[in-house]
Design a protein around this ligand. Structure first.
Ligand SMILES: Cc1ncc(COP(=O)(O)O)c(C=O)c1O
Length: 430
């Protein structure tokens, strides 16, 4: 809430830190502490969190007690460990948990953020004679110059940064609710997915790029920043056949949807697809530390010295990530169970499109068949007044992504408030 205390922190933050993130008009929230699914501001006000710090606090705030305990133990022993020069047991322990998440012989490159996992993936593609790559409109892969070249979520994210790296072709994502062909992808999923691949085959290959120079496709299994867009399951079987036929690498960006968010450790576990590379970050650090992992087929590995960084493989972050994976495994049944609660509660909400899996839900608002960001923003503001934190995604959607440890009682009480707020605003709007 807006108080003098908040105001002074916000004013000073605006003065001392870059304004490129945060908008004081959106969330005048100054966080003091967090406890499980609750966030407390500096005035002692308590908020129910449906944002998980954008998919980082999957185990709650500040983290799960077991992860905190492991962190405390590890930080007394070894934290930075110069893993670009020396060896440590903790990074090995983590790699041995990441590699088996998908079949095949794989290796791990460790870094510090989502964007770095994508930079590493892009460099792996390039270092294997890669030329052109495809990514999807609405996709978000990060904001450093390589990953930003793949990102096509909002114009402002790319504005002023021309030229980005060449060789990236953007194609429509099979968004069932909003696609260039006006296909209702819920009713005609096969038709929608066919159109996407027809577009690539007939309009991109051999017209925009030589057909044998497409090297990789980067994709999110569910688009996150783009609006929590769940594609039809057929997308993945088509992607699989396309990639095998064309000998194209598949890069699965699990930075937002991985780590149990959808009810499986990786979102791709819902589908029959075994990508060549997958990337994790955000919740991998248990809400305590930044970490990123690019997990790739062993034969793609860099040459010695080909890619590195200072902090990747830090023993503290790796110990935390290992424990986080173990705890998330145990929490998955809760996510699967609560998916049903979300489905039921949201089936009667007055949003114009509701989609999701596990605890990753998007609610889109539309007016006169066009995206309606005004209503979306009003909903978020009203929820904030009701002490519920929910974040926007895409042009006119909100994402509901509570910590995976949320109880059924808290989920139901939050969802009921969310439903009332939306009903009220949509009721007034009609
Ligand atoms: C799917 C996806 N990839 C990459 C990133 C970039 O992650 P980071 O902000 O840690 O660089 C994000 C961030 O939201 C993301 O959602």
């Amino acid at each position: 809430m807006l108080t003098e205390k908040n105001n002074s922190v916000i004013e000073e933050t605006e003065r001392y830190l870059s304004i490129s993130t945060r908008d004081p008009n959106e969330f005048p929230l100054v966080i003091e502490r967090g406890e499980g699914v609750w966030i407390y501001d500096i005035n002692g006000e308590k908020f129910l969190d449906f944002s998980s710090g954008i998919g980082v606090n999957n185990l709650g705030w500040p983290s799960h007690p077991r992860v905190i305990e492991r962190a405390e133990k590890q930080m007394r022993k070894l934290a930075h460990s110069a893993a670009n020069d020396f060896y440590n047991i903790e990074q090995l322990e983590l790699a041995k948990k990441l590699v088996p998440l998908l079949p095949g012989e794989r290796k791990v490159f460790l870094s510090n953020s989502g964007t770095e996992t994508i930079e590493a993936a892009l460099k792996l593609v390039k270092s294997n004679n890669g030329k052109y790559v495809i990514s999807f409109i609405g996709g978000f892969h990060g904001r450093t110059l390589g990953s930003l070249s793949l990102t096509a979520s909002k114009g402002v994210q790319r504005k002023g940064f021309f030229p980005l790296i060449p060789g990236v072709i953007h194609v429509p994502y099979p968004n069932p609710f909003r696609n260039p062909w006006h296909i209702n992808g819920y009713e005609e999923p096969e038709e929608l997915v066919n159109r996407v691949f027809e577009y690539i085959e007939e309009w991109i290959l051999n017209k925009v790029i030589p057909e044998d120079e497409l090297s990789a496709i980067f994709f999110e299994p569910i688009q996150g920043e783009g609006g929590y867009v769940v594609p039809p399951p057929q997308f993945f079987s088509h992607l699989n056949s396309f990639a095998s036929k064309r000998k194209v690498l598949l890069i699965d960006d699990e930075v937002q949807m991985g780590m149990g968010r959808t009810g499986e450790m990786l979102a791709i576990h819902h589908y029959h697809l075994n990508p060549d590379v997958f990337t994790l970050a955000k919740a991998l650090g248990g809400g305590l530390v930044p970490i990123g992992a690019t997990v790739f087929r062993s034969e793609l590995d860099f040459q010695r010295g080909g890619h590195s960084n200072t902090f990747g493989g830090n023993a503290l972050t790796c110990a935390i990530a290992s424990e986080t994976i173990d705890v998330i495994e145990e929490v998955l049944p809760n996510v699967k169970r609560l998916e049903g609660v979300f489905k039921d509660e949201l089936s009667v909400v007055k949003a114009d499109d509701v989609r999701g899996l596990g605890l990753a839900w998007g609610l889109e608002f539309v007016k006169n068949e066009k995206p309606d960001p005004k209503t979306r923003d009003e909903v978020i503001k009203e929820l904030y007044k009701e002490k519920i934190i929910a974040l926007p995604a895409g042009e006119s959607s909100i994402r509901l992504i509570p910590p995976l440890i949320i109880s059924e009682e808290d989920a139901k009480s939050g969802l009921s408030k969310i439903r009332k707020v939306i009903d009220h605003i949509k009721g007034n709007a009609n």
